[in-house]
Ligand binder design. Structure first.
Ligand SMILES: *Cc1c(COP(=O)(O)O)cnc(C)c1O
Length: 393
């Protein structure tokens, strides 16, 4: 197979020299068990970077969401509101604590939680005296949700906000980091995220007492006495010192990684904007997105083919592309949950799922690779529209 047909992945890890040095340092110290100086330093560096008072390094972002829900006391008699258009890991922790998810649609401007739908859901819940224990707001594909209206609504009803910023480390809303607008924020360092430790997460907050509690729960809730004693239920959720070393190296290049992903998006947009029926995920004027993934919608009525067909065509060209997240209210696991669409006539997330495609967006993507992706998309749409002509290139 020729070099030009090498597989192009959606969002592969992108590692460099810094990470190697720090990892070898951790290795040389023989301190590869959970915890250690790289964990402490990684927590401090993330907190400083995003402007939170503290941070707890964890084995995953999912663990961070689970601990945040438990810190807020969510349990079996409670509901938790959550963005419906997201990866399943945003909502699963609601089931871990035995609570019931209520799913909130997206708004068209940001694709994130619709303040209009949230307001209706909160009004109804207040009328029934059943306000949620928390609202989990997702910053999808690295774009901030409308935190000002969302926080205002939640403050009115005194409901705490948890931000799922797994895809949004490095993103801002009105100049302030995503993940620092709510009571708790969660980042992920999974292998496909902006920066990675292969697997890992971080819980951030200004509430240092709560973070101390989370730190203890994440280490089996072992008490500070000379023998093994446990009064509370804990988990094995801490990040290893080795992985924290990798994370510290990755954090040093975060700004470059975000810039690279944004440049990739710009190039796609410049090339694909020529094609009728294909539209980019909008960027809200209130924020700077990480463009974790470059996402576009395909209007089948105009393009003559749908998102699935484009993905299949790209797969034949050995290019990995994906659909937009299937909304949680469409998932067999969550189909019974209450769902609040953006308005009576419009479910925004359902349209985005039907039309959306995520193109290869890794920060290590080369221009040549990207040209191949653009050509494959254009060919797919062009073929459908012009009977095989490549006029659009
Ligand atoms: C990746 C991701 C998570 C989960 O993070 P992990 O570190 O893989 O547990 C949660 N929410 C969203 C939106 C994600 O993209």
């Amino acid at each position: 197979m020729s070099v030009t047909n090498e597989r192009i992945f959606l969002s592969p890890p992108h590692l460099g020299e810094e990470e190697r040095k720090l990892l070898l340092d951790a290795f040389a110290s023989n301190w590869i068990a959970p915890l250690g100086e790289h964990v402490d330093a990684f927590e401090q560096e993330i907190a400083e970077r995003v402007g939170a008072r503290g941070a707890v390094a964890l084995s995953s972002g999912t663990a961070g969401l689970h601990l945040a829900l438990r810190l807020l006391g969510a349990g079996p008699t409670d509901t938790v509101f959550c963005s419906t258009l997201t990866f399943v890991a945003s909502v699963n922790p609601v089931l871990y604590v035995g609570a019931t998810p209520v799913l909130i649609d997206s708004e068209p401007q940001t694709w994130n939680m619709s303040p209009a739908a949230l307001e209706r859901a909160l009004q109804e819940a207040a009328a029934q005296n059943r306000l949620p224990k928390a609202v989990i707001v997702v910053h999808l594909y690295g774009q901030s949700a409308g935190m000002e209206p969302i926080n205002r609504l939640c403050a009115r009803y005194e409901v705490p906000v948890i931000e799922d910023a797994a895809e949004a480390l490095g993103a801002t809303y009105r100049g302030k980091a995503c993940g620092t607008w709510g009571r708790f924020g969660v980042y992920s360092f999974n292998g496909n995220k902006i920066i990675t430790t292969s697997g890992g997460g971080m819980l951030v907050s200004d509430d240092l007492a709560a973070l101390e509690k989370a730190r203890s729960w994440a280490a089996q809730a072992r008490e500070p006495v000379p023998y093994y004693q446990h009064s509370e239920l804990g988990y094995n959720y801490r990040l290893s010192n080795l992985l924290a070393a990798v994370g510290r190296g990755q954090l040093r290049v975060l700004a470059e990684r975000v810039a690279a992903r944004r440049a990739i998006f710009q190039r796609y947009q410049a090339a694909l904007a020529k094609l009728p029926g294909i539209s980019p995920m909008p960027e809200s004027a209130d924020g700077v997105s990480t463009r974790w993934l470059s996402v576009f919608t395909i209007d089948e009525a105009v393009c003559g083919c749908n998102a699935e067909a484009v993905i299949t065509a790209l797969a034949l060209a050995n290019i990995e592309a994906r659909r937009v997240w299937k909304p949680m209210h469409q998932q067999p696991l969550y189909r019974e949950c209450r769902y609040y669409p953006h308005d009576d006539t419009l479910s925004v997330s359902d349209r985005l799922f039907a039309q959306g495609i995520c193109l290869p967006s890794g920060s290590s993507l080369t221009e040549a690779q990207q040209t191949r992706v653009i050509a494959a998309v254009a060919e797919c749409l062009g073929l459908k529209q012009e009977g095989g002509s490549h006029a659009l290139l």
